[in-house]
Design a protein around this ligand. Structure first.
Ligand code: XBP
Ligand code: MG
Length: 254
């Protein structure tokens, strides 16, 4: 029988709820440091999340809300790159302070997969240094070695919802899409994985609950932990604690 060979994890919103108390706060701190009067509150950030990638998100914000903004000498691209680095430094600081824990069930599933010899990989839009910071501050530095491949950020030209990062990771792993399963939290993530042919389980969150998850195998609110079962979005059906066995059963429906 064909077995599930690898789990491909998205990062932001899937491994951890990094957006609201992590990236958003870090963006605002970087804006303040730079003397900008930009402030991204929760409702605005929710809207801006439609654009993946921090640099791309800031560029979109300028186009939409600050059309009169003129970048300093050196140009907009260089300005945004610097601002983005400053934001990522703030982000790392927040993570070091423990501001963002892993989502329920994530560590359990990672450990289970490792024990079972199922390959772990990451396919994300966020910057590589942000993945490192999250893993180091939640699971410890050695956890970086748990992942056979960390596909992140600008390593591909087009970010999610483009499938590029999934194609990249599959090629590096030497696996076919249908030997793997993606874990995602957002419409953009599902579009990317599904376009690459990767069966996808969604663990939605407060930012993405209303997203369009067409093409996903299943959409739940979390992986679940004992006493706090995963529930299917929509009908609220209890699915228990999603471990490797349950996930392989879902995957077999692909
Ligand atoms: C989520 C994103 C990212 C983060 C910010 O990526 O869209 O842009 O908000 O990350 P994913 P950077 O869910 O694929 O992990 O600022 O590092 O781009
Ligand atoms: Mg995500």
């Amino acid at each position: 029988m064909n077995r599930l060979r690898a789990l491909l994890f998205d990062v932001d919103g899937t491994l951890a709820d990094t957006e609201g108390q992590g990236h958003r706060v870090a963006f605002n701190r970087a804006f303040a440091d730079a003397g900008l009067d930009w402030y991204w509150d929760e409702p605005l950030y929710r809207e801006l999340l439609a654009v993946t990638g921090g640099k791309e998100r800031m560029r979109h914000y300028i186009d939409r809300y600050r059309p009169d903004f003129t970048a300093p000498e050196g140009g907009l691209t260089a300005f945004l790159a610097e601002l983005h680095q400053a934001k990522n430094r703030h982000y790392a600081e927040l993570l070091a302070q423990g501001a963002v824990p892993l989502r329920p069930g994530v560590e359990r599933l990672l450990r289970q997969a490792r024990e079972a010899g199922v390959t772990l990989a990451i396919a994300t839009t966020t910057s590589p240094e942000n993945v490192t910071a999250l893993l180091e501050n939640t699971l410890g530095a050695e956890s970086l070695g748990w992942f056979a491949e960390i596909g992140a950020g600008d390593v591909v030209p087009a970010k999610k919802p483009a499938p590029d990062i999934y194609f990249y990771v599959l090629e590096r792993l030497g696996l076919e899409a249908d030997q793997t399963l993606a874990l995602e939290d957002s419409a953009n993530g599902v579009r990317a994985a599904v376009a690459a042919g990767v069966p996808t389980l969604v663990t939605a969150n407060d930012y993405t609950r209303e997203d369009d998850f067409t093409g996903a195998l299943e959409v739940v609110d979390q992986l679940g932990e004992p006493g706090s079962p995963a529930r299917r979005l929509g009908d609220g059906g209890e699915l228990g604690v999603l471990g490797l066995e349950e996930i392989e059963r879902l995957w077999a429906r692909r």
